[in-house]
Design a binder for this molecule. Structure first.
Ligand SMILES: *Cc1c(COP(=O)(O)O)cnc(C)c1O
Length: 489
């Protein structure tokens, strides 16, 4: 399978690239990204034949349908990382919370957030490609809090890769920050930035597009790549769990094979939702994809009105910081898939130049035939956390935003899969506040009080973070990022 460019071709780059090229060099002509040229059809027959497959067998089948240029042995090694999740036989448990609301828990990996679903196997794939080509890569990651720990966890001590990870200083939870700054492998560098996530992501995009920066790296024979969710090497692993969650509902007799469901996704950079979109296009019976946002509700706006408007907007800090995003990168792949490269280029150019684009009525109708959206205020999120807890389910503030879209966005009473993207341990002060009204400044106090309330233990991998030495204490202004990274390599 080949990958083509969302903004068309500039006459210099290849018109099509292989999967491995698309993941090693994720930025394409005119600042676009790579998308699959076509999608494999995995309809009813495929689903039925995998009704009793375990997660890894299903994953192998989906990946092989994409015909990617990665050796089966490498894919097996990559998928083996799911064995280290809480339950090797069930890395993604799907839990019934209400009669027609099931939660697909994507956070049972080493960093307790859903980024592990894709980054764990991606790390193996990328490192083995680099070794095979005898090349060295610098992987840049910009994080609002969960990508960073997951990228460091997957790339630390791996051959032929180094990682520089940028996070907004003060914009993450204690646990997220500790997961990064206590990482002591020689091949990783963690950089706090005085700014917000969009600043970190813009810096990343600027460096990825900078020929001067690349030339400086080349002097040291280092290539540049990115671990952000624009990388298709991550997206491909995010298609699998949507299919798995559907099959899990059939196995639990919540639905019959072929019944339509709603996928309900807490969205930021739109990687998770894009995986659902591809799964739907490949034949998964999905009625609609519900896009949940927080007060940074640019996705709600574009899906409701067709207007993507960044003018006079800045990121508002919320209790679901992994979704505090205004430039949602993966929407571009949906635009490309629906409207083609020429129109996507035009729209993205308008966004760059005018901070705004407007879809026409026909385009909006197409978008709304697939997606529907709403946003959840922090206080509403807290009441959803509290009411789910009273029914015996403990969830994090990102997951909670989906309970709003579940209430407001469904025209039909179909079974709904809510994607839970983080364990309660990663955003504990908000949860403790929702449950007891207490205000904790430190995660550790909140963790202890939630554990008490819920009668559970704080997982050891989280508790141990508070005793680990801090080895990464760089916090800098955004204009110094390039120098800092060059010093590191
Ligand atoms: C990254 C993240 C999201 C947003 O996912 P996207 O794929 O970027 O839309 C939501 N919740 C949590 C906890 C995350 O870490």
């Amino acid at each position: 399978m080949n990958f083509i460019e969302t903004r068309g071709n500039d006459g210099h780059r290849p018109v099509k690239v292989s999967f491995s090229e698309a993941i090693l060099n994720p930025i394409s002509s005119f600042g676009g990204i790579y998308s699959p040229e076509s999608l494999p059809a995995l309809g009813g027959e495929f689903l039925t034949s995998h009704l009793n497959s375990d997660y890894k067998s299903l994953a192998r089948a989906v990946l092989s349908a994409f015909e990617i240029d990665i050796e089966p042995a490498v894919i097996d090694e990559a998928l083996a990382l799911y064995d280290a999740f809480d339950d090797a036989t069930q890395p993604v448990p799907v839990v019934k919370v209400y009669d027609d609301l099931y939660v697909s828990e994507l956070w049972h990996g080493p960093t307790r957030a859903f980024k592990d679903m894709a980054l764990q196997p991606f790390g193996i794939v990328l490192s083995s490609l680099a070794q095979k080509r005898n090349e060295h890569y610098l992987i840049l990651a910009a994080t609002s809090g969960d990508t960073g720990p997951a990228a460091l966890e997957t790339f630390k001590n791996r051959a032929n890769v180094q990682v520089a990870c940028m996070y907004p200083d003060g914009g993450t939870s204690d646990v997220q920050r500790l997961q990064m700054v206590t990482e002591d492998a020689d091949n990783v560098k963690v950089i706090g930035i005085k700014g917000d996530f969009d600043d970190a992501q813009s810096a990343l995009k600027r460096l990825l597009g900078s020929d001067i920066f690349k030339a400086k790296l080349m002097e040291k024979k280092i290539n540049l790549s990115a671990a952000n969710s624009v990388n298709f090497g991550r997206i491909i692993f995010q298609i699998i769990y949507h299919i798995h969650s559907y099959l899990e509902l059939v196995r639990q007799q919540a639905i019959s094979m072929g019944d339509k469901v709603y996928l309900n996704v807490p969205s930021g950079n739109f990687g998770n939702a894009l995986g659902g979109y591809y799964a739907m296009k490949m034949g998964l019976p999905v009625e609609k994809i519900l896009i949940a946002s927080n007060k940074n509700n640019i996705l709600t706006q574009v899906i409701k009105t067709g207007s993507y408007d960044l003018r006079n907007k800045s990121v508002i800090p919320t209790t679901s910081p992994a979704m505090d995003i205004l430039k949602s990168s993966n929407i571009e792949r949906v635009l490309f898939d629906l409207f083609g490269a020429e129109r996507t280029k035009e729209l993205m150019q308008q966004l760059d130049e005018n901070q705004h684009y407007q879809l026409n009525d026909n385009e909006l109708m197409q978008l709304q035939s697939i997606f529907t959206a709403d946003f959840c205020e922090d206080d509403e999120g807290k009441s959803y956390i509290k009411s789910a807890f009273s029914k015996g389910y403990l969830m994090d503030p990102h997951t909670a935003t989906c309970f709003k879209t579940y209430d407001t966005c469904r025209d039909k009473k179909l079974t709904t899969i809510v994607y839970s993207t983080a364990e309660w341990t990663k955003f504990s002060p908000v949860i403790a506040n929702a449950l007891t009204g207490e205000l904790d400044t430190h995660d550790i106090d909140a963790l202890e009080s939630i554990a008490r309330e819920a009668g559970i233990e704080i997982p050891a991998i989280i508790k141990d973070l508070f005793n680990k030495p801090v080895t990464q204490n760089t916090v800098i202004d955004k204009q110094n990022i390039e120098t800092e990274i060059l010093n590191f390599i």
